[in-house]
Design a protein around this ligand. Structure first.
Ligand code: G1P
Length: 294
């Protein structure tokens, strides 16, 4: 089976859950400690063997392009002042765009996740490709999450979705899968519901933002109609391939941080800061103090 070489990053959303900070700044550039969320996704894609990153952006997303470009002015400034440690940080970001080709496409209207992915159709024609949602940050696994999905794709030939178990009362903000047979952590998908109403969840397995899509999904995206929230949903297009093309769900290994909501974002920052030497020592006493004062 041919390797999965291309990864689509839908990054055209308006970030309304984070207003006002996202009024003039892409939500993908919000920091997790000191690195923008989208950089974690690009690092994961590269570590999973991806050769081309396709960023689907919209208006006001210039900062993403600049982030993955060199800043000669900043480099010059730091070099003149002998700040080799900071130059090293810049060179690490620069190394990313040397390891992978980054292509930018415009989604001209915010018509939904399915439409954003469809925007990249000509660049992935006839190939299976990955999709990563930058809001979903997955760290700490021995194999990067996307690599786990790609391996599952090579084993099955199927479209692969990353899934994680959630208590049913917390699952309504995700796409949710229904399953039949299982092979360890790999399950056959029989149905999918985007953001089910309470009490109608088909299982406790939520779709997390990592996918390997086969060309069959793009054929369905070509004839997509608006679904939940009047948006063209990726979940609906994948669902329409069921029956004619296999879809599997992989319970991936790794720590999952949902940075797509304000509470989830704050939690992720706190958890990652507490894992960082130098920050943990500062934060731990503060957290204890705050808890004691409660
Ligand atoms: C999207 C998908 C949803 C998935 C989620 C993962 O929703 O539509 O199926 O569970 O990402 O983060 P969004 O977060 O864009 O509303």
């Amino acid at each position: 089976m041919p390797p999965v070489r291309k990864a689509i990053f839908p990054a055209a959303g308006l970030g309304t859950r984070f207003l006002p900070v996202t009024k003039a700044q892409p939500k993908e550039m919000l920091p997790l400690v000191d690195k923008p969320t989208i950089q974690y996704g690009v690092e994961e894609a590269i570590a999973s063997g991806i050769e081309q990153v396709i960023m689907v952006t919209g208006g006001g997303k210039r900062a993403i392009v600049d982030h993955f470009d060199r800043s000669l002015e900043l480099e010059h400034y730091l070099r003149q002042r002998g700040k080799s440690d900071l130059l090293h940080i810049l060179s690490e970001v620069d190394a990313l765009s040397n390891q992978v080709d980054i292509t930018y496409l415009q989604q001209k209207e915010p018509l939904g996740l399915g439409h954003a992915v469809w925007t990249a159709r000509r660049l992935v024609e006839g190939e299976s490709c990955a999709v990563l949602l930058a809001d979903d940050v997955i760290l700490g696994a021995s194999e990067p999450c996307l690599k786990q999905l790609i391996d599952a794709h090579h084993k099955t030939g199927a479209t692969v979705l990353a899934v994680r178990r959630f208590p049913r009362d917390q699952i309504g903000r995700y796409g949710v899968v229904a399953l039949e047979g299982s092979d360890g952590r790999l399950h056959d998908v029989t149905d999918m519901v985007e953001k089910p109403e309470p009490g109608t969840e088909p299982s406790d397995l939520a779709i997390i933002g990592r996918y390997v899509l086969t060309p069959a999904v793009f054929a369905e995206l070509n004839r997509s109609e608006p679904g939940k929230g009047q948006e063209i949903q990726l979940t609906d297009a994948i669902k329409r391939t069921l029956g004619s093309h296999p879809v599997v769900a992989l319970e991936f290994e790794g720590d999952y941080y949902d940075t797509g909501t304000v509470p989830g974002y704050l939690r992720a920052n706190l958890m990652l800061a507490m894992k960082r030497d130098g920050l943990r020592e500062e934060l731990a006493p503060l957290l204890r103090e705050l808890l004691d004062a409660d």
